[in-house]
Design a protein. Structure first.
Length: 239
């Protein structure tokens, strides 16, 4: 009897299985390596949003719609600021007015006393108005008499060396100007031509209306050649 020769079939299943195993092992190895490199975000490239050329991308914070957003008020719009506070007033609304004769009264006080043939009283000014006001500079001062406001002699000279900062008077507040009043008795009667004075006429700086300051015991020289009065600039307080 003749035996038939049966050809041997290769073990395909084993070869395929082995190939799959190699692929699986390769994938596991790659995944392990990828997992190890994912702990440092600094090395990863930033994601880039895909946009259509020529069209700007929409920011995520707007929700894709600007129609529903309310713009914040501009600081210059005059609206009330956060916390309920009103906008700061303009510098012009904070300006203090100049003091006028209508809201001032004057008195003559002893001041620094006297000596060397002169006295050194203070001309004190009071703000009788309901608002603050300011004075700056030298007052115009002269003797008056005759019970009718007639000026007697020369007006006071100004001591330009005295400080002359701006002085603010609150309601019922005071300011003062130091005066120097020479004695009429230091001059001959023919030179001085003395006369009793009722008080002082005072023009505060920048004002054309005078204040009458009543005072007693004053003797003026009616001759304009004799200079009895001198005034310093206005200072804060009553002296």
């Amino acid at each position: 009897m003749t035996r038939r020769h049966t050809p041997r079939v290769p073990h395909v299943g084993r070869t395929v299985t082995g190939g799959v195993a190699l692929v699986v092992v390769g994938l596991l190895t790659a995944g392990t390596l990828a997992a190890c490199s994912g702990g440092d975000d600094a090395d990863a490239p930033a994601a880039t949003a895909a946009t259509t050329p020529g069209e700007p991308s929409t920011p995520a914070s707007t929700g894709g719609s600007d129609a529903t957003s309310t713009p914040s008020p501009s600081p210059s719009s005059g609206s009330t600021q956060a916390g309920g506070s009103s906008p700061s007033p303009s510098p012009s609304s904070l300006r203090v007015a100049r003091c006028t004769a209508d809201h001032l009264t004057g008195t003559l006080t002893a001041g620094d006393g006297g000596g060397a043939g002169s006295t050194f009283p203070y001309l004190v000014l009071k703000n009788t108005g309901g608002s603050p006001c300011q004075l700056q500079g030298w007052p115009g001062v002269s003797f008056v008499g005759g019970d009718d406001g007639t000026q007697l002699g020369a007006a006071a000279t100004l001591d330009r060396s005295s400080p002359h900062a701006t002085v603010t008077l609150l309601p019922n507040g005071h300011a003062h100007a130091p005066l120097k009043i020479g004695q009429a008795a230091n001059y001959s009667a023919s030179t001085c031509k003395p006369a009793k004075a009722d008080g002082l006429r005072v023009y505060v700086p920048g004002e054309t209306h005078a204040i009458f300051v009543k005072a007693s015991g004053l003797t003026a020289c009616t001759s304009s050649k004799v200079q009895l009065l001198q005034t310093q600039a206005i200072q804060p307080g009553a002296g």
